[in-house]
Design a protein around this ligand. Structure first.
Ligand code: HEM
Length: 431
């Protein structure tokens, strides 16, 4: 059965993607369906960034000149795979923070070749088959521990107790961070990705403070591993060396600090939202849950991809045009901001059959949840796939009637498709 295409009562002129209020509307899917059909590449004013009265900022965000919203699958692919025309520097976020701050906060995600290429080569050394195999063992162990902890309770907050606990712990294990430091790191990533949601960021000062604390933590970790090498990824990253025509390169401790910031932010919030949206979708679509449960191992590869497509945890990333060009029928000028809306590309009826159906056996499923290809494609995609699969394997087998029992409390954000909290229930086990 085909799921009906969503609609909106807004006219094209009323659709202002830079307006944060719009992102809390229930007809978000209808809005993007209308844009794809009637204005696939459209221009929008940027969100304004007003510091609260009396607050001093470390930097100012100038009034933005607006951005192009790219909403169709094919156009998102074309932008993502043309890094010469569409740069990631100065920033993949819409607002113009100063380039040196963007590089400090975002590390290689805000860089272009040749700098990005070098950094990615070094960082890849931390993701060798041996390192990844070790992480995979720790994913199983952590997922089991999480289910052990909640099993006797019968109900809990799905996001904080289950979905968020796994990716955070994995990043900590990976980098060799002691368990007692993990909670603070988690709070800090919430501040960074909750920009726009009043619950998390009360001021820009908090944002910079959180970034600084994470960076300092990463810096200290790097210095420690230089002095006392261990069998962890931080040590592997500090020892990795790449060579090109300019000589040999290693990561400096401050580069590691920024990469640490990127890893904890990119690895935590994305995966936890995929798991949360996945549980919600399985509750709302019991037929799909049954299909997966009846043949778990065989269905898992497609189910995991469908969860990432369905969730689209990262809503957008920006690029900046390096020359005059066109996307679709629109003229893009050098210096223009071009924003790829992955959420929209993942629902494009031109690419996906029946895109509004949650189908755990969907095939093909060439979604852009991890990016649309090109040099920045998600470094942690395989790890995230593994985390999602193992988490659901443990949950659905050991708590077979687990379900979401109340409305999700959504993050107010145009950047992260996030769920802040969401109650779940199940028959208690092992009281
Ligand atoms: C479901 C979970 C995840 C989603 C939806 C996701 C999504 C993304 C997206 C959309 C990008 C940008 C791709 C591009 O511009 O082409 C990205 C980049 C990145 N991701 Fe992920 N990610 C996830 C999990 C992870 C995990 C677990 C890690 C690390 C352990 C990670 C680390 C990174 C890094 C380091 C980059 C930057 C790569 C670069 O600039 O070269 N991600 N991710």
């Amino acid at each position: 059965m085909t799921t009906a295409k969503p609609a909106t009562s807004l006219t094209l002129d009323d659709i202002k993607l830079g307006d944060l209020e719009l992102w809390m509307r229930p007809d978000r899917e209808g809005i993007f369906a209308k844009l794809r059909d009637e204005a696939p590449v459209s221009f929008h004013a940027e969100p304004t960034f007003e510091p609260p009265e009396g607050e001093e900022l470390m930097f100012t965000v100038p009034e933005g000149k607006g951005f192009w919203a790219v909403t169709r699958f094919d156009d998102v692919m074309a932008v993502s795979r043309d890094p010469e025309t569409f740069h990631s520097a100065p920033s993949v976020n819409i607002g113009d923070i100063p380039p040196e701050i963007a590089e400090w906060l975002g590390s290689m995600i805000n860089m272009d070749a040749p700098k990005h290429t070098k950094m990615r080569l070094i960082v890849n050394r931390g993701f060798t088959p041996r390192q990844v195999a070790r992480i995979e063992d720790s994913v199983r162990k952590e997922a089991r521990d999480i289910v052990d902890r909640v099993a006797p309770l019968g109900e809990c907050d799905f996001v904080s107790e289950i979905a968020a606990a796994l990716p955070l712990q994995i990043i900590c294990d990976m980098l060799g961070i002691p368990r007692e430091d993990c909670r603070r790191i988690f709070e800090l990533t919430n501040v960074i990705l909750g920009v726009g949601d009043p619950e998390y960021v009360s001021s820009a000062q908090d944002l910079m403070g959180a970034g600084m604390e994470l960076f300092q933590y990463g810096l200290a970790l790097a210095e420690d591993r230089l002095a006392n090498p261990r069998d962890d990824i931080t040590t592997a990253l500090m020892q990795a060396e790449v060579e090109d025509e300019d000589g040999r390169h290693r990561l400096s401790t401050s580069e590691l600090g920024s990469f640490f910031l990127l890893l904890v932010v990119a690895g935590n919030e994305t995966t936890r939202n995929a798991i949360s949206h996945g549980m919600l979708a399985l509750t709302q679509h019991p037929d799909q849950r049954k299909i997966w449960m009846d043949d778990f191992d065989r269905v898992s590869p497609t189910a995991v991809e469908e969860i990432v497509r369905w969730a689209s945890p990262v809503i957008h990333f920006r690029r900046t045009a390096q020359r005059d060009t066109t996307i679709g029928h629109e003229q893009i000028a050098e210096g223009d901001k071009v924003v790829m809306f992955y959420n929209s590309a993942n629902r494009d009826e031109r690419k996906f059959a029946d895109p509004y159906s949650f189908d755990v056996r969907r095939e093909p499923n060439e979604h852009v949840g991890f990016g649309a290809g090109g040099p920045h494609f998600c470094l942690g995609a395989n790890l995230a796939r593994r985390e999602i699969k193992v988490m659901f394997e443990e949950l659905l087998h050991r708590l077979p009637d687990i379900h979401i029992s109340g409305d999700p409390d959504m993050l107010q954000s145009a950047f992260i498709h996030g769920i802040k909290r969401m109650p779940c229930r199940f028959t208690p086990v092992g009281e």
